[in-house]
Ligand binder design. Structure first.
Ligand code: NHR
Ligand code: GAR
Length: 226
């Protein structure tokens, strides 16, 4: 059992669906190599499979159903209230599918990460795997970025690359990208927990005391043993 000396960072994880990234974070936290304490898992969808995974791991869950709110600002206020009850040092979007208002994003400036299934700034938005194949790209992947008001437009801290094969399908490609996501996200979160990475006052990512000029590439990194 490996234990790190880094104190466990309290986090809240937001999901909308399956929760496989959530599970990879739970596994790494349980094995002691990811220094986080998952205070709560919150979903905008009551039927999200990931809620079951969280409950199975003994993590408190909450549902803030967006369809019960008249507009995005009201939904975001409710979500913010629920998150802040848990006083997280970091908010982690893991397959969270609702665009967030600028006010909400500003409240968590430098304290909210997202994993997006493309090599940003390529392909922000939805259906990235199909779009990567249709565009004839030879390479695709996943990015972890600080969340800013612009959809998938915040500063990118780390990426994992995946080759696109000649007869690839969106589902096959998505599965290979997802495997990389499960290595990439825990590592990026651990960097944050260790204060190796943060957003400075100019919106610039600092990594190990230096400005990060381009995203870290997972292939160049040692991944967590979990
Ligand atoms: N909010 C802001 N302000 N900035 C970002 O960078 C965000 C964000 C909210 C979510 C995740 C993102 C992704 O990784 C994310 C990044 C949902 C949509 C979307 O269009 C786009 C990007 C992302 C997540 N959602 C539709 C909407 O109307 C609803 C889709 C659905 O419910 O299935 O919100 O890809
Ligand atoms: C992941 O591929 C994630 O990158 C993507 O959805 C999947 C969620 O899977 N996120 C987005 O597209 C955000 N808009 P999971 O629920 O099994 O973690």
């Amino acid at each position: 059992m490996t234990t790190t000396e880094t104190p466990r960072l309290p986090i809240v994880i937001l999901i909308s669906g399956r929760g496989s990234n959530l599970q990879s974070i739970i596994d790494c936290a349980d094995s002691g190599v990811l220094s986080v304490n998952i205070r709560a898992v919150l979903s905008n969808r009551p039927d999200a499979e990931g809620l079951r995974l969280a409950r199975a791991a003994g993590i408190p869950t909450g549902v803030i159903d967006h369809s019960s709110y008249p507009d995005r600002a009201d939904f975001d206020r409710a979500l913010q209230g629920e998150i802040d009850r848990h006083q997280p040092g970091l908010v982690v979007l893991a397959g969270f599918m609702r665009l967030l208002t600028a006010g909400f994003v500003a409240h968590y400036h430098g304290r909210m990460l997202n994993i997006h299934p493309s090599l940003l700034p390529q392909l922000p938005g939805l259906y990235t795997h199909r779009r990567a194949i249709e565009a004839g790209y030879r390479e695709h992947g996943a990015s972890v970025h600080f969340v800013s008001a612009a959809m998938d437009g915040g500063p990118v801290l780390a990426q994992a690359r995946v080759a696109i094969e000649p007869d690839d399908t969106p589902d096959a490609l998505a599965a290979r990208v997802l495997q990389q996501e499960h290595r990439l996200y825990p590592l990026a979160i651990q960097w944050y927990a260790e204060h190796r990475i943060f957003l400075d006052d100019h919106g610039q990512i600092m990594f190990d005391g230096k400005p990060l000029t381009r995203p870290r590439d997972l292939a160049m990194e040692q991944t967590l043993p979990c």
